[in-house]
Ligand binder design. Structure first.
Ligand code: 3PG
Length: 208
């Protein structure tokens, strides 16, 4: 049975966000992140081989793979076929939120305003991506959502790094954060998965 989004987001304080096209790097990258203690991974659908990469990563023991940059129904169907356990979208158009109800894995929709939170919440979405977090006012903006939206939890992404992640993770309405800072492009290209495992280990400590 599909896990619910609360269950997935509470499994890991930090979700590495991956942009990758080289299929040969998929498995070792997922293994390094799982070994470093960050098993929940978002693979963005921004490269030609993204679905193949998801398939490879989903076969790694302990990895919980989600697709990112979801913008339509077909991307959701293909995510399920590739072995995803969850999906993430940058925005929350009503049509997409409705269609996601027909998909057997959960969607984490992106919001950027109070009105969007209200619209998504009305449709039953209580776990939301706050995107692009830093561009929208970051920690200060999220603090202002605590009181009016006491039933909503956020996963901020966009501009999060090892320096500011902790300030997000201490907010009571943040369940986890997402970001590409754990998987630097040059480390992936060089095949330096030991460094990525070490970065994951360090990043995980930020939640303590
Ligand atoms: C994204 O969709 O690219 C994520 O929000 C990651 O953003 P980042 O690269 O700023 O961490």
């Amino acid at each position: 049975m599909a896990k619910d989004i609360k269950n997935i987001l509470s499994s890991s304080p930090i979700i590495p966000v991956i942009v990758l096209d080289d299929v040969s790097k998929a498995k070792p990258l997922a293994k390094a992140l799982v070994a470093g203690g960050l098993p929940v991974i978002e693979v963005t659908l921004r490269t030609k081989n993204a679905f193949q990469i998801i398939e490879e990563m989903a076969a790694v023991e302990g990895a919980i793979i989600g697709s990112g940059t979801i913008r339509d129904f077909s991307m959701m169907q293909q995510s399920v076929d590739a072995g995803c356990q969850f999906m993430v979208s940058p925005g929350a158009p009503k049509k997409l939120l409705k269609q996601a109800k027909d998909i057997p894995i959960p969607l984490l929709p992106g919001i950027a305003s109070a009105t969007e939170i209200m619209a998504a919440s009305e449709m039953g979405y209580k776990y939301l991506k706050f995107f692009p977090a830093e561009g929208l006012g970051g920690v200060n903006m999220l603090k202002n959502f605590i009181s009016p939206f006491q039933d909503i939890k956020f996963c901020p992404t966009g501009g999060i790094n090892e320096k500011n992640a902790k300030s997000y993770l201490t907010l009571s309405n943040v369940i986890c954060v997402g970001g590409s800072f754990i998987t630097p492009k040059e480390a992936i290209i060089a095949g330096d998965f030991e460094r990525i495992e070490a970065l994951a280990r360090e990043a995980k400590k930020l939640a303590n």
